[in-house]
Design a protein around this ligand. Structure first.
Ligand SMILES: Cc1cc2nc3c(=O)[nH]c(=O)nc-3n(C[C@H](O)[C@H](O)[C@H](O)COP(=O)(O)OP(=O)(O)OC[C@H]3O[C@@H](n4cnc5c(N)ncnc54)[C@H](O)[C@@H]3O)c2cc1C
Length: 317
């Protein structure tokens, strides 16, 4: 990738915007094309740093650790929407700690008195929480400051981007039809955003592969309550019954949430695949396409590591 080389990034979710920022910083002339700006699935994320519904483990660990390093630096600036927050991941059965959490600052098993009723094990640690609307706005401003441009447009094919010798495909679940990639499947997720009744710590239940999740993430004046993981469903219409279930589960663990006012429902569809795809493809006309999609429930967690690998694939030397 030569300095000033035009690169078109398709997609303006966390994968596309992070890739665009990394490429612009490396000297490329970056143009983003996306139907949604920012991507609605990225807007819907909680978001906590930590792998969930994503493979392969070795690459996920590498991309996740690199992203963690960058999120820690971003947390020093409150305008990014990233905060280092302490909290608890707990389980109703005896569970070993999640391996990704054991090296996080402040990691320790919880005392029984720290756990909500009905929970038998839990672990405390400090992790980046990311307020996605603020964070995606920050990425868009950073891209703009680096000279990048954004165009709202739906593509029927990657070949429709216009003149470009380098394309980065960050279309999330959109890649299922755009490429097509039959290996992608939707896992629908729903969050309820409420006013913050004074929470400063996160809570997350280790629910394994259940469709009903339980988590809450404070972001200053608001709290994001979760959640759901409905395999195979891809529609974005809020489900009232699911929202009521989320509110009831969260209020049972944190009674102050029962009084919180509902502000918003956020729905997204985790773009899930047997393995995240970060891979270069060389077209016969010389165009280089780097794919960066299929991040399941961990697209925020992996965003900086995958974006840097995308840049390396465009500029192998
Ligand atoms: C409820 C929920 C909670 C989550 N919580 C977390 C969490 O705590 N931590 C975490 O790391 N991850 C979490 N995730 C997962 C994370 O949100 C996703 O992995 C991530 O947002 C995927 O980002 P993306 O940029 O690939 O996709 P998207 O955000 O979906 O962006 C795709 C972009 O491509 C564009 N596009 C697609 N097709 C076309 C086309 N044909 N033409 C033009 N543009 C197109 C879209 O318009 C959009 O701009 C959660 C997800 C959900 C749903």
């Amino acid at each position: 990738m030569a300095a000033g080389e035009r690169v078109v990034v398709v997609g303006a979710g966390v994968a596309g915007l992070t890739s665009a920022v990394v490429l612009a910083k490396a000297g490329a002339s970056v143009h983003v094309i996306a139907e949604q700006v920012p991507g609605v699935t990225s807007l819907a994320a909680g978001a906590m740093w930590g792998p969930y519904l994503v493979e392969p483990k070795d690459k996920v660990d590498e991309w996740g650790q690199r992203s963690l390093e960058i999120f820690r630096k971003l947390a020093e600036d409150p305008t990014t929407g990233v905060r280092l927050t302490s909290g608890i991941e707990a389980s109703r059965t005896a569970e070993a700690p999640p391996d990704w959490a054991t090296t996080l600052p402040g990691f320790r098993p919880c005392e029984p008195t720290e756990l909500p009723a009905g929970f038998s094990t839990g672990y405390r640690f400090t992790v980046p929480l990311i307020d996605m609307p603020t964070y995606l706005g920050y990425l868009l401003r950073r891209l703009d400051a680096a000279g990048g441009t954004v165009e709202r447009r739906r593509l029927a094919s990657l070949a429709d981007v216009g003149p470009a010798t380098m394309i980065v495909n960050c279309t999330g679940l959109g890649a299922k039809d755009l490429l097509p990639d039959p290996g992608l499947r939707p896992i629908r997720g729903q969050h309820v955003v409420v006013t913050n009744p004074g929470l400063t710590e996160f809570f997350s239940e280790d629910t394994g592969l259940s469709p009903d999740l339980l988590c809450f993430y404070p972001h200053g004046d608001t709290v994001v309550l979760g959640g759901t993981a409905i395999d195979g469903e891809g529609d974005l219409v809020p489900d009232g019954k699911a929202a009521a279930g989320i509110l009831a589960r969260c209020a049972e663990v944190e009674p102050r949430l029962a009084e919180a006012r509902v502000l918003e429902h956020r729905i997204g569809v985790r773009p899930t695949r047997s393995a995240v795809r970060v891979e270069a493809e060389h077209w016969e006309d010389g165009t280089v396409v780097v794919h960066n999609y299929g991040h399941g429930g961990a697209g925020v967690t992996l965003s900086w590591g995958c974006a840097e690998e995308t840049r390396a694939l465009l500029s192998p030397i």
